[in-house]
Write a protein that binds this ligand. Structure first.
Ligand SMILES: Cc1ncc(COP(=O)(O)O)c(C=O)c1O
Length: 486
């Protein structure tokens, strides 16, 4: 792959890009029940324009681009206000939930270094429902994740188990509002209370829920306590690019006060170049996402958000009741907002096969593996783009379930398991090839059917499945497949 010697025409560029995009799922159809948070066409146009207006400005340096500091402070201020922060609460704009969580963990680590020098091997205690990004933060920052169970059926964090997991090395307790997988809000006041009793920091991951839950509460829906009004909560993350309906690349990390936030920051004045002073992980960055977030928050206003949340919650109620009404399926726990997971209650229905069958009918739902006490399930996140498709989804779901019930019960899962049990797994090319062959993929291309892959990934030991994923991605992300064949 090379840059063309002569530049392409604009027309060809956009035709080619449109062709690439044509391979993606059509989220505008409202049939993609995850990944997308769409506020409607008018708001989308405003976001688009604001993003483009600030595309080239560099938020690296507010002395050159003071607008970026202003935008960041105003967006952070509006978010802090929603999350009941007092005047001492401070925060920053980040590129997404993962960056916000990495920063929350870094801040906790460096705060502990400053205030608890005896902690040499820092640990954070988190329920098994905490987002994967905490593991990423742990991996990058050398903090040990100490994972605790959630209660059977309710999937709520077991706060007693979190208490038992606290050691002299603990620096942080984590709760989610809500956890992504099941859409269930942890008992934040109990977790934060436990943190206070033990003189620990407490992070609330409100990445997916922070904004939506606020407006639910305003509309009178029952919402568990989760924000800065809860004593003991020391930091909160809230993504604007999810239910804040901003363009992607927009999240906010908030801290109780500046004394804590100081541990997030980085400065370098010792090299030969310009002075670096960064609040977040990234340095040079487009101001597009913060301008777009600022624009959508101001464009929608409280009224606009309330309207969206009401529509989305009505559709979610319909979906949850509809799924529960289908013989052979059940929604897991009691979801608090507009995301939920459903599992099979019938040996005739394998959820991974169901996901593939729904995909053939144009629907995307997200498979989630059986982990801890959470059975294999399919995840749905509703948003404004999907509201008008709720009835159609339930109709196709019911039909697909009826079709699957007609099929012979497949022995494939059992056979795969038996074959995997026999396999002596080594972290080498031969094992990789064998596993990809069993999964029916080449190992260098994107798969179209996921059922067998999911079956295999679900039962492999975690370190093996994570190794396979990394090998796979490492093979997939090359321009010249022939030169890089495994
Ligand atoms: C609760 C929660 N935390 C963190 C994240 C990570 O966010 P991002 O994908 O923006 O990095 C997500 C993403 O869905 C989430 O739901």
């Amino acid at each position: 792959m090379k840059i063309p010697e002569k530049g392409m025409s604009k027309e060809k560029i956009f035709n080619t890009l449109a062709g690439y995009k044509g391979e993606d799922l059509d989220w505008k159809s409202g049939r993609v029940l995850g990944y997308i948070y769409y506020p409607g066409e008018k708001a989308h146009d405003v976001i688009d324009e604001a993003y483009t207006m600030f595309l080239t400005e560099n938020a690296l340096d507010p002395t050159t681009f003071p607008s970026t500091l202003r935008l960041e402070n105003e967006v952070v201020g509006m978010t802090a206000n929603l999350l009941q922060g007092d005047r001492e609460v401070v925060g920053n704009f980040t590129s997404g939930g993962t960056e916000s969580l990495i920063l929350a963990v870094k801040t906790a680590r460096d705060y502990a270094r400053a205030t608890k020098p005896h902690v040499k091997e820092p640990e954070m205690v988190m329920p098994v429902t905490a987002h994967a990004s905490f593991y990423k933060a742990a991996h990058y920052l050398d903090v040990k994740p100490v994972v605790t169970p959630v209660h059977a059926d309710s999937f709520l964090a077991d706060v007693g188990a979190m208490g038992d997991a606290i050691t002299d090395n603990t620096i942080l307790l984590v709760g989610s509002a809500p956890g992504y997988a099941h859409g269930i809000v942890d008992p934040i006041s109990e977790i934060a209370g436990l943190a206070m009793q033990n003189n620990l920091l407490c992070h609330v991951d409100g990445c997916v829920g922070g904004i939506h839950l606020f407006y639910m509460r305003r509309l009178g829906y029952p919402v568990p306590e989760f924000d800065f009004s809860v004593p003991g909560v020391t930091s909160i993350s809230a993504d604007l690019h999810k239910y804040g309906y901003a363009a992607k690349g927009a999240s906010v990390i908030l801290y109780k006060n500046k004394a804590l936030r100081k541990h997030q920051m980085f400065a370098c004045a010792r090299w030969t170049g310009y002075t670096v002073i960064n609040a977040a992980v990234t340095s040079s960055k487009t101001a597009g996402p913060m301008a777009a977030a600022w624009a959508v928050m101001n464009y929608l206003g409280d009224e606009g958000y309330c309207e969206i949340v009401r529509e989305v919650m009505d559709a979610t109620r319909l979906m949850i009741d509809g799924v529960n009404g289908i013989d052979g399926l059940k929604v897991l726990g009691e979801p608090n907002m507009c995301m939920f997971a459903f599992a099979s209650t019938s040996e005739k229905i394998n959820v991974y096969r169901l996901a593939d069958a729904l995909k053939n009918k144009g629907w995307y739902v997200q498979p989630q593996f059986a982990r801890a006490n959470s059975p294999a399930n399919l995840h749905v996140s509703m948003n404004r783009a999907t509201v008008h498709q709720a009835q159609a989804f339930l109709h196709d779901l019911e039909k697909t379930i009826a079709e699957l019930k007609q099929e012979e019960i497949s022995d494939e899962a059992r056979e795969l398991r038996a074959e995997l049990d026999k396999l002596s797994i080594k972290f080498d090319d031969a094992t990789f090839l064998k596993l990809t062959e069993m999964a029916g993929v080449t190992g260098t291309e994107l798969p179209d059917k996921m059922e067998t892959i999911n079956q295999i990934m679900e039962v492999l030991p975690y370190d093996v499945s994570e190794w396979i994923l990394i090998e796979y991605l490492n093979n997939l992300m090359v321009a010249d497949k022939d030169a890089n064949a495994a």
